[in-house]
Ligand binder design. Structure first.
Ligand code: TRP
Length: 431
C-alpha cells in the first residue's frame, strides 16, 4: 500500500548539470521506485518566471529538465510527473494561502531578506529590484506542496525554511477552515554529495563552473580536462583532500574504484591521466542515459504528451480538492445559501480532529476526537512529536488499514467502524 506521499519541484531556469544529477535527480529517481511511496515530481515553471525573463530560455529549460528526468529513469506511469503551469488550481490555491499568511512572515524569508540586505549594504532602497513574485515565492511553493497533501518534501538545505512556512500556512488554514491540509516535512538527503565545479567551488550556475549533464562525449572530455588542479608534476604524490577531481570521481565510482584512484594519487599519477580516468568513469554512467536524452530532445511532441498525461493525473486530485477548498472558504454558489450566523460553529463541529500533546512521562501522544469531542482513539507514547505527527499522517491517508499495521497504537474505542469513518474524513479531505 502506498502510504507516503513524496513531492518535489524543479525550477525550470537552467540546464541540468552534474551537481543536479548527483544531488537531486539520481537519488530521487531511486527513491521513486520504493513501493510504499507515491511520488509527485513537477517542473516548477511558474517559479522560473521569478528569475528568468527570457521566454525561450524558460521553454528550453522545461524541455531539457523534462527530458533529463525521464532519461535518468523516472517512470511517468509509476509517478505523477507534471508541469506546474498545467495545473491552474495551484495559483488559485496560492491566493487562498496568501490570505492566511502574515506579510511579516514573508519579510523573513531568506531569499527576500538576502535581496533586501544586499540593497541596504549598497545604499539602495530596501526593495529595489525586488519583484512581488520573489516576495511571494514561499506561498506559491506552499501551494505546490499542500495541493497534493504531500507528507515529505525532499529539498536542499536552503529550502527548509520554505517547508516550514508551508506547514505554518497549512496550520493557519486548517485552524480557520477545518482540517484540509496535511502538514508537510522537509526531507534532507544527508549523505548525497555536493559536487565541486570546474573551479573547485560548489558546482552552481551562479558560479558559472558547471559541467552540463548531457553534452556530447567529446565536449564532456574537454570540460573535464579543464578542471582546476594544482601544479604538481607527474610522479609527485597528490592530495585527494580538497581535490575537485577526486570528489567528482567519488560521486560516481564504487568504493574499490575510489580506493584505487586514491592509491594512484599517492603514487603520483599525472593530472592528465587522472582526468582521463574520471572522464571514462563519468561517461560510462552517463552515455546510456545520454542516448535516451538525445532521443527525447529530438521528440518534443512525445515529451509534451507525457507531461499532459501527468497533468491529467495531477488534476484528478487538484480539481476536486480545489472545489472543496473553495467551498471551505466561502466561495460558494448562491443558490445554496448558508446561514452566516451558524457557519463558524457548524464548520468546527462537523470535523473530527487529532490533538497532539505531551505527558508528564516526557513522551508525545495524540488522540482522535469525533466532531462532538468524544474520544475515539488514544495513541501510546512516542519519543518525538515528529513520530507522532507521522503516525497521524499515516492514519489520515491510510485509514484503519494503517492502524492495523501499526501495533503501537491503542484504540480505546469499542467501535472500529466509528474510528474508520472518522479517519475517512481525512483521506477524503486529501483526495
Ligand atoms: N524552490 C525549489 C528550489 O528552488 C523548487 C520548488 C518549487 C519546490 N516548488 C516546490 C521544491 C515544491 C519542493 C516542493 O529548489
Amino acid at each position: 500500500m502506498k502510504t507516503l506521499r513524496v513531492l518535489t519541484g524543479i525550477t525550470t531556469s537552467g540546464t541540468p548539470h552534474l551537481g543536479n544529477y548527483v544531488g537531486a535527480v539520481r537519488p530521487t529517481v531511486r527513491a521513486s521506485r520504493l513501493p510504499e511511496v507515491e511520488s509527485f515530481y513537477f517542473l516548477a515553471d511558474y517559479h522560473a518566471l521569478i528569475k528568468v525573463g527570457d521566454p525561450a530560455r524558460v521553454q528550453r529549460s522545461t524541455l531539457e529538465i523534462a527530458a533529463t528526468w525521464l532519461a535518468c529513469g523516472l517512470d511517468p506511469e509509476q509517478v505523477t510527473f507534471y508541469r506546474q503551469s498545467d495545473i491552474p488550481e495551484i495559483p488559485e490555491l496560492a491566493w487562498l494561502l496568501t490570505c492566511v499568511t502574515g506579510k511579516g512572515v514573508l519579510n523573513r524569508a531568506h531569499a527576500y531578506k538576502a535581496a533586501v540586505d544586499k540593497n541596504t549594504a549598497a545604499g539602495e532602497e530596501p526593495d529595489a529590484g525586488v519583484t512581488a513574485g520573489l516576495f511571494m515565492y514561499p506561498v506559491l511553493m506552499a501551494a505546490d506542496i499542500l495541493m497534493f497533501n504531500a507528507h515529505r518534501v525532499p529539498v536542499g538545505r536552503d529550502q527548509i525554511q520554505h517547508i516550514e512556512m508551508a506547514r505554518d500556512m497549512a496550520s493557519s488554514f486548517n485552524h480557520l477552515y477545518g482540517a484540509h491540509f496535511t502538514l508537510p516535512e522537509a526531507a534532507i538527503e544527508e549523505h548525497v554529495a555536493t559536487l565541486p565545479g570546474l573551479d573547485g567551488r560548489k558546482m552552481s550556475k551562479s558560479y558559472d563552473n558547471t559541467i552540463p549533464l548531457f553534452v556530447p562525449r567529446e565536449q564532456l572530455k574537454k570540460l573535464i580536462m579543464g578542471i582546476l588542479t594544482d601544479s604538481r608534476a607527474p610522479g609527485e604524490p597528490k592530495d585527494t583532500e580538497g581535490s575537485a577531481l577526486f570528489q567528482l570521481y567519488q560521486a560516481f565510482a564504487s568504493t574499490e574504484e575510489t580506493t584505487a584512484l586514491a592509491q594512484a594519487y599517492a603514487d603520483g599519477i599525472a593530472w592528465g591521466d587522472a582526468k582521463q580516468v574520471l572522464f571514462e568513469r563519468l561517461d560510462a554512467e552517463i552515455a546510456p542515459l545520454r542516448s535516451v536524452y538525445d532521443e527525447l530532445i529530438q521528440n518534443p511532441a512525445q515529451l509534451e504528451k507525457i507531461l499532459k498525461m501527468g497533468a491529467d493525473k495531477a488534476r484528478a486530485i487538484a480539481t476536486p480538492f480545489t472545489a472543496r477548498l473553495r467551498h471551505a472558504v466561502g466561495l460558494r454558489p448562491l443558490d445554496n445559501l448558508t446561514d452566516t450566523r451558524k457557519t463558524a460553529k457548524v464548520a468546527k463541529a462537523a470535523a473530527p480532529s487529532f490533538k497532539q500533546y505531551r505527558e508528564a512521562d516526557g513522551l508525545f501522544y495524540f488522540k482522535l476526537m469525533d466532531a462532538k469531542g468524544q474520544l475515539l482513539l488514544q495513541s501510546s507514547g512516542f519519543a518525538s512529536p515528529k513520530e507522532a505527527a507521522q503516525t497521524i499522517a499515516l492514519l489520515q491517508t491510510g485509514g484503519t488499514n494503517a492502524l492495523a499495521e501499526n501495533p503501537t497504537l491503542l484504540p480505546i474505542t469499542a467501535d472500529p467502524e466509528t474510528v474508520s469513518q472518522a479517519l475517512r474524513y481525512f483521506s477524503e479531505a486529501a483526495e
